[in-house]
Design a protein. Structure first.
Lengths: 538, 220
């Protein structure tokens, strides 16, 4: 018997409502299609502050935080950036609550040399109001901007080389953190690929370290990013993190949240369409109508301006790996939906948000990341779709970029992708030169743009999906050249896309629909087609 | 090796051509000379405003007529002081970073400015730039005539000068970078492979947005 979150459609099933950017689209899927829904939100902790205190006083594989403190020591607190969670969390953000307790403790123990660094790595700098949202007014007013600031991976004088792993990966992190007596990392774990050694070894590093694992060779070896045990990216990061933890003193605090992405009025978006009440069906119709009538900036505001009512489900602290093991367990509890058997055709909507477009537009390169990267990788075990299978996505693929945040993306999409889509060639021929563009570096360091290497990483992020999938078909694209640049086909309707997909699928293909967001992960097992599944792993 | 071509006034420094010129006028041998110079400049001011809206080259030529009759010695003697008092404090801190970043990446950094060469050379030395393309005053019998030697560095002429410089130094223009704050420099920005708008005026900003050129704010 299948899990309650796996719904098999029959002839009486209602149409499914999927995201297509910031629009909602109704699609009729064939009888027999398995639709995977997210699990209901886990119950949130009742007393979060108590859980934080308990975690730092009873850490895993480490002495309590208070025992590590002594007056006059130098402490750096690093904090996850705005890419987590999605959309941003309703205030108080869990990071504010952790920081408040940790800073009080540091103060009690006479530790006054404290700086807080937003661990942006090569992400864009967070704006002051975004940082205020994350850390709260009190901490912001006390620390910003001298003692609370964004990491700058291009300030080479402020980066410190730590060493090289046995595999030749160079570990270099923020000098202030490296030279501190203690680094406290305050994490917010949205998906299982977050946290662990990735926090310090990636969040506070620069291009010199990132190039060791953010490359097409490593990305092709990830099965999947969301399953750390099967991710070459994670393996590399762990090696680097272990080396780092030998040289610096790291105390990790990780937190998990449930998947309550939509507040009450929109909660029905996560429900099985057959189970909607009459009121919810009317609300859904009204929402779809409104979204189809209002201009794009208003649609963006409807979804992005309203913070999510996420509940905190766990707080864990201590030594990095022991802490992260518990975090992962909690994260998998929320997201994993057991699914038996791969599909020939995977259908999914692409929503309006990704970790890289908070407060901006989901540009074409990020649509690619969401499809071939994040959504394709929302599995453990084997991919949801068979090797050579088809992924059908819904998105307008509008040729629109945020000039401020995504300046280097524009050149990548319009100047490099027409030359080649081959990730290896892009990596070898263009990445180094592109990463040295002084204008983009300036925009990264002093503006709010992503680092010039970031669009390359975004392309590599889709590499495992591209290598595995036979075809990707976009439904509802408002142009043909962007899908073409990305290597995708287009269809005007879902029926047309399914007809196209069936041409290269076996007779009576198995169709699966990923009903996200909110986030979910398919815990895939081989099921009825062991031979085919084994083949798809290789 | 690529080159980075930087416009100066408004791009790397907050002042424009008028500020150093004014400093020279106020520092004539006697106060009477200064008043006379200022008076003549005031008379020409409306025409200069008109010229600025029509043709940047014409504006430069009108502005530098204020140097007519100034001795070559005085031009050189006052250059250091003008640079220290007018130009140096006006250099944008982030402009230094951008120039340094370009040098670090192995670029030749070329300043291309409507300013006079004896001032632009000092800025080049101060920023560690590689080269400078600037306006030159005509000198006759050790005194400035108030005329500019050809070519006048302004507007579309800058594009030709950049092309010429790149050819002479062996730079591939497709690999070169260009930075300016002004719509009047669009021809110059259009000949390089990597143009960028820096602290752009309204018209340049609109153009940069339309063509997806990077927009840098060095003044923030």
């Amino acid at each position: 018997m299948s899990h309650p979150c796996v719904v098999t459609l029959d002839s009486r099933s209602a149409p499914r409502t999927l995201f297509s950017g910031d629009q909602l689209v109704e699609v009729d899927l064939p009888t027999g299609t398995r639709v995977i829904y997210p699990k209901p939100p886990l119950e949130a902790l009742k007393n979060v502050d108590a859980a934080i205190r308990y975690a730092i006083n009873h850490p895993y594989n480490s002495e309590p935080l208070y025992a590590k403190l002594r007056p006059g020591m130098k402490v750096t607190i690093a904090v996850d950036d705005i890419s987590l969670p999605l959309p941003p969390m309703r205030r108080p953000d869990i990071r504010e609550r952790v920081l408040t307790i940790v800073l009080d403790l540091l103060n009690d123990y006479g530790v006054d040399d404290v700086e807080i660094i937003i661990a942006t790595s090569v992400h864009r700098r967070m704006k002051d109001w975004e940082i205020r949202h994350v850390v709260g007014d009190k901490i912001f007013n006390a620390f910003w901007p001298k003692k609370l600031y964004n990491h700058d991976a291009e300030n080479l004088a402020n980066m410190k080389f730590i060493g090289t792993t046995d595999e030749g990966e160079e570990v270099e992190i923020n000098r202030r953190a490296a030279e501190s007596d203690l680094i406290i990392y305050v994490n917010l774990n949205l998906v299982p690929m977050d946290g662990g050694h990735k926090s310090v070894a990636v969040g506070l590093c620069g291009y010199r370290s990132l190039r060791a694992h953010h490359n097409p060779r490593i990305m092709r070896d990830c099965h999947s990013y969301m399953d750390p045990k099967s991710s070459a990216l994670n393996t590399s990061v762990v090696r680097m993190g272990r080396l780092l933890n030998k040289k610096v003193n790291v105390f990790t605090i990780e937190t998990t949240i449930n998947n309550r992405m939509f507040d009450r009025p929109l909660e029905f978006l996560a429900k099985n369409e057959d189970d909607l009440t009459a009121n919810e069906r009317s609300a859904l119709r009204a929402l779809r109508f409104t979204l189809s009538k209002v201009p794009q900036p208003a649609r963006q505001a409807i979804f992005q301006r309203v913070p999510s009512p996420y509940g905190v489900t766990g707080v864990f602290a201590g030594e990095t790996e022991a802490t992260h093991e518990n975090t992962l367990r909690r994260s998998f509890d929320q997201y994993m939906v057991p699914v038996v058997g791969q599909a020939d055709i995977l259908v999914t909507g692409i929503p309006y948000i990704s970790p890289y477009n908070v407060n901006s537009f989901l540009n074409p390169l990020l649509v690619q990341v969401m499809a071939s990267g994040y959504l394709f990788n929302l599995y453990r075990g084997v991919p949801m779709v068979k090797k050579g299978g088809t992924m059908i996505i819904l998105h307008p693929c509008t040729d629109l970029f945020d000039n401020e945040h995504h300046a280097p993306y524009i050149e990548f999409v319009h100047r490099l992708l027409p030359e080649t889509r081959d990730a290896m060639e892009l990596h070898k021929r263009y990445e180094k030169k592109f990463s040295q563009n002084p204008a983009y570096i300036e925009m990264y360091r002093f503006g709010n743009a992503y680092h010039p290497t970031h669009p390359f990483f975004m392309w590599y992020w889709g590499e495992a999906g591209r290598q595995h999938l036979g075809r990707t078909i976009v439904v509802g694209a408002d142009n043909e050249y962007i899908p073409q640049l990305l290597g995708w086909e287009t269809a005007r309707t879902m029926d047309e896309a399914l007809r196209m997909a069936k041409q290269t699928a076996p007779a009576e293909p198995s169709i699966m629909c990923l009903h996200a967001p909110p986030i979910l992960m398919a815990d895939m097992s081989v099921g009825r087609q062991p031979a085919a599944l084994e083949a798809s792993r290789t | 090796m690529p080159a980075s071509y930087f416009d100066v006034d408004g791009t790397l420094i907050t002042t424009n051509l008028v500020h150093p010129t004014l400093f020279y006028m106020l520092n004539q041998p006697t106060p009477l000379h200064s008043v006379a110079k200022l008076g003549r400049a005031l008379v020409k001011a409306p025409w200069m405003v008109l010229a600025e809206t029509r043709d940047r080259r014409l504006f430069n030529e009108m502005l530098f007529t204020s140097f007519e009759g100034v001795s070559e010695d005085r031009l050189v003697c006052l250059a250091e002081e003008t640079f220290d008092k007018v130009m140096k404090p006006a250099i944008l801190p982030k402009a230094r970073d951008l120039v340094q970043c370009s040098l670090d990446k192995g670029h030749d950094v070329v300043l291309i400015s409507g300013a006079l060469d004896f001032l632009a050379n000092r800025l080049r030395d101060h920023l560690g730039a590689t080269d400078v393309i600037a306006n030159r005053l005509e000198i006759k019998d050790f005194f400035a005539t108030g005329k500019l030697l050809r070519p006048v560095v302004a507007g579309p002429e800058k594009a030709r000068l950049v092309r010429e410089h790149a050819r002479a130094k062996g730079h591939n223009l497709d690999e070169c970078f260009g930075y300016s704050d002004s719509y009047s420099d669009v021809p110059m920005l259009s000949v390089v492979g990597y143009p960028a708008a820096v602290n752009p005026d309204r018209r340049l900003k609109l153009l940069a947005q339309a063509y997806h050129w990077p927009i840098l704010d060095l003044a923030a």
